[in-house]
Structures are given as C-alpha cells and as structure tokens.
Design a protein around this ligand. Structure first.
Ligand code: SF4
Length: 280
C-alpha cells in the first residue's frame, strides 16, 4: 500500500453526531481495494468513549464508514460513504483500544464496532474485533446483518455479542425504509442462533413508519424463536442527525416526524415482552 498522509482530524470524537466528510478522499483507489481485501486498513468516522447504550457496561465505540442501507431515519448519513472516514491501520486502531483496556475492565464494559455498517469492511471488522478479544476486551459487533454471509461460522468467534438491527419485517416496508431486502439479516440471525452467539436486538421506533403492532409482532415472534436474543432495545426515533442531512444536502423526508410517545414505546416493548423477550 502506498503511504497515505495521516489525517489531521483526531480519531476521537465527542460523539458520532460530529459531521465528518472527505477524510479519506485522498487514499488511492488501489489502496482502498487492498484495505478491503486484507483488513490491514479501515475507514473510521471516529472513536468515542463512555457509551452506556452500545452493549454491556461502558463502551468504547469505533464508528466505521460505509453503509449499503439508506435508512430514511439514519442519524449519521456522513457514515454512508467510506471515503468520509479516516484511514486507520489495524495496528493503530488496536493501539487506541489498548489505551482503554484497564478502564474498560474496571467498568465491566468493552468495545463495540458500529457504523455505518461495519461489515462493509468485514476483513477489518474481523481483525479489529478479534484483536480486541485478544486484549481481553469484550467485543460487540453492531450490524444491520446484511453482509453476515461475508463471515464464516469460525469468524463468529471474533466477537462476544451482536447488536443486530432489524428495521422492519414486511419486505416492502423494509425496502422503503432502507432500500434493501430484509432476508440477509434474518439469515444472519439464524446462523448466529445456530452458533449460540448472543444477540441484542435493536429496533428503531419511528412514528408512522415502524410503529405498526402487526409488523413488530412478526419480528418479536422471529426473535423469540431464535433462542439467542438476550434483550431487545427499542430505540425511539429522534432528530439529532437532522443537521447532517441538511449540511450534506440530502433530501430528508422525516423533518416533520416527532419522537414516539412514551405510550407507543411502552406498547412496542410490551409486544416483545409478550413473546417472552426482555425489552427496554
Ligand atoms: S444501517 Fe445504520 S448507518 Fe446504515 S443507513 Fe441505516 S441507520 Fe444509517
């Protein structure tokens, strides 16, 4: 790989809501291809620390860039494009993680690889997650699961937990929401279940889009049938990412959508609980 000028933007960010664009735009195309095939380099929006909502305990989160979905409610559309991220060698990313190792152990936390969609860079994801585990750090993959088939069963050993986003059950709704089909995500969930790899299911609740009890019931039945879903996190839609859509000049159709009421959140949790799942 040709030497790439290190980005002056710090890898660490206060939150993933910091808008970051074009930080990897000078990486030659051939280096990008090599990075993707070897996992020796990845593209990261940022590292953030202190998250209490991205897995057990307090987490360090690495946010990758690149996503095959175009969710209507995406909070971080600057992570859609891989070249918006900072090019980072696997060695440097693991050095960063090593700095947090002791603190994470004390706080019973760990490392979460999120995005964007981390499996867009599946070789890098496997190396980073398994590297974290070798450092003795609990490793979680936060994924929409669409590229789950890029991982072999053995590579599931790279992580302790998957935070799996299921966006909708009905294929037409899923496609309208994300631009893609739901089946690859469901297939990934079934494979994780067969390997008894724990899943924390994440469900973004958007009024008028993903609040239909019938659709949610289908997801709940599927999740309960897997046997490896330890909990469900119902994530109320919010507008924290709105400024990114505006700055990136992408057409945002949910500007008038409000967060769901407490009653609708509770009703949604109750559907999951009714199927025997823990839901929050
Ligand atoms: S999968 Fe996540 S990062 Fe990708 S478009 Fe959807 S919300 Fe955004």
């Amino acid at each position: 790989m040709a030497a790439t000028e290190p980005s002056k933007t710090p890898l660490e960010a206060k939150s993933p809501y910091e808008l970051r664009v074009n930080l990897g735009k000078d990486v030659p195309e051939s280096d990008v291809r090599t990075a993707l095939s070897t996992g020796e380099m990845g593209f990261l929006h940022s590292f953030t620390t202190g998250s209490a909502v991205d897995g057990p305990g307090i987490r360090v989160v690495a946010w990758t860039t690149g996503c095959m979905y175009r969710c209507l409610y995406c909070h971080n559309p600057d992570t859609w494009t891989m070249s918006n991220g900072i090019p980072v060698s696997i060695g440097h990313a693991l050095e960063q993680l090593n700095r947090y190792k002791h603190g994470l152990k004390i706080m019973a936390g760990g490392f979460t690889l999120s995005g964007g969609e981390p499996l867009m860079q599946h070789r890098f994801a496997v190396k980073l997650l398994s590297g974290a585990r070798k450092l003795g750090i609990h490793a979680a993959l936060d994924s929409n699961g669409y590229y789950g088939d890029k991982l072999s069963d053995e590579e599931f050993d790279a992580f302790d937990l998957v935070l799996l986003d299921i966006k909708a059950w009905d294929p037409a709704l899923h496609k309208r929401l994300t631009g893609m089909d739901p089946e690859p995500t469901l297939a990934f969930a079934r494979r994780l279940a067969a390997r008894r790899k724990p899943i924390w299911l994440r469900y973004v609740l958007v009024p008028g889009l993903t609040d239909d009890p019938g659709d949610i019931t289908k997801i709940a039945e599927f999740a309960a049938g897997l046997g490896n879903v330890e909990r469900v996190d119902v994530l109320p839609f919010h507008q924290l990412g709105l400024h990114k859509w505006e700055k990136l000049k992408i057409d945002y159709t949910l500007a008038g959508t409000r967060p769901p009421s407490a009653e609708v959140v509770e009703r949604t949790c109750a559907i999951y609980r009714d199927k025997g799942l823990k839901a929050y």
